[in-house]
Design a protein around this ligand. Structure first.
Ligand SMILES: [Zn+2]
Ligand SMILES: [Zn+2]
Length: 236
């Protein structure tokens, strides 16, 4: 299959990569129909997150169709349309039982890296370096979804893919920002940053009853030329 791969700092290319296969009984394989770039991907692109390897597939927000399931997947079957949570969690460990899914003890297959760096290990995340499990990301034709009963959610027929897509990351992340900010009815709320998460935070603030939301971001007039020369790899 084709996938968008990280080759080095500020160097991405679409390459032919191996098709994913069921590796565990709770895996599903999803044919990706839509996948988006998150602000967090810029940290990988800029080389700020170590533990990327050349050829790693990016992407952690996606929606698609289940094409294959492992023998212990009960809630999904081939043909189902699903939106998948960015973080990989098992649903059964102590952290998952507290609802702290991004701290799952079983989602990250390389916990030693972040335990050493940060003092504790978060769960796994698609396409987000070997520090968060080294899982192939969603900027690809197909993706392996571990613990599919836990992390994949059916998309109701009434919702198109684009509407469901942001439930993967941007919408809940923006909601969490507004929630942590303690937004109350009648508030005037400032949101710094007008990317996908900032826009979702602004909408979440309105849903929580904010009277007015002020979104703040620098405006740069397009210059018509790239800020740094593009390096061309063998794939062009
Ligand atoms: Zn994200
Ligand atoms: Zn867990």
């Amino acid at each position: 299959m084709k996938a968008l791969t990280w080759q080095g700092t500020n160097d991405l290319s679409v390459e032919q990569t191996p098709d994913p296969a069921i590796r565990n009984e709770q895996d599903a394989i999803v044919k990706v129909s839509q996948t988006v770039t998150c602000g967090s991907d810029l940290h990988l692109l800029g080389g700020y997150i170590p533990f990327m390897r050349a050829g790693d597939v990016l992407g952690h927000e996606f929606v698609g169709e289940v094409v294959e399931t492992g023998p212990r997947v009960e809630r999904h079957k081939a043909g189902d349309r699903v939106v998948v949570c960015s973080f990989i969690s098992c649903g059964r460990c102590w952290y998952c039982k507290q609802g702290l899914f991004s701290l799952c003890d079983n989602g990250n297959t390389n916990p030693g890296i972040t335990e050493h760096l940060w003092g504790s290990a978060p769960g796994g995340c698609y396409g987000y370096s070997h520090a968060l499990g080294g899982f192939a990301g969603s900027h690809a034709e197909y993706i392996r979804v571990p613990f599919a009963d836990q992390g994949a959610f059916p998309v109701p027929d009434a919702l198109d893919d684009t509407t469901a897509l942001f439930a993967s990351d941007s919408a809940p992340t923006g909601w969490m920002g507004a929630d942590l900010g303690g937004v109350k009815p009648g508030d005037v709320v400032a949101v710094w940053g007008c990317g996908a998460v900032g826009q979702m935070a602004a909408r979440a603030a309105l849903l929580l009853g904010a009277d007015r939301v002020i979104a703040i971001d620098p405006f740069r007039r397009p210059t018509g030329r790239p800020t740094r020369p593009r390096r061309r790899g063998p794939a062009g």
